[in-house]
Design a protein around this ligand. Structure first.
Ligand SMILES: [Zn+2]
Length: 154
């Protein structure tokens, strides 16, 4: 699913060019605009657009996975924040608040879902013990492979 993307587009009457670079994947998700690549979001406006796309996406997917984890494991999600983080895709606080990197919008859907499920499961299991991974595997059975692919995407 690797792809090379080259796009020119206008945004606020200015012409932007995405310089072709090999990137892992560009996805289009209905209702979610994905602009640029993970390497090319220096513009503040583009960042805002992508961050808002990430917000909608993350909220949708949390809602989806909570239909599983909510009733079965009494998990409740606290606040969800989308940030421009340098080194992390997501994190979970002891209070059950979740942070996600806005660059999630650039990841293939299955890897994105893995990141989201990973943080949701930390609300119940605040560790990486066996019980945690069993919880992840309930909705993402191939998490091992996805985790490996994610490591190559910094
Ligand atoms: Zn973790």
């Amino acid at each position: 699913m690797d792809a090379i993307l080259s796009i020119m587009f206008t945004f606020s009457r200015r012409l932007f060019r995405i310089i072709p670079r090999p990137i892992r994947m560009v996805t289009t998700v209905s209702g979610v605009r994905i602009i640029g690549s993970v390497y090319r979001t220096r513009s503040r406006k583009l960042y805002t657009v992508n961050r808002e796309s990430a917000r909608r996406l993350v909220h949708d997917r949390i809602h989806h996975f909570m239909q599983h984890y909510g009733p079965r494991h009494s998990i409740t999600v606290g606040k969800v924040a989308i940030r421009n983080q340098k080194s992390r895709w997501g994190s979970c606080s002891k209070k059950g608040n979740l942070n996600f990197n806005y660059k999630l919008v650039f990841l293939p859907p299955e890897i994105r879902d893995y990141v989201i499920v990973h943080e949701v499961c930390h609300i119940k299991e605040f560790n990486h013990a066996r019980e945690f991974w069993d919880l992840v595997a309930e909705t993402v059975p191939d998490y091992r492979e996805l985790r490996k692919r994610l490591r190559g995407m910094r």
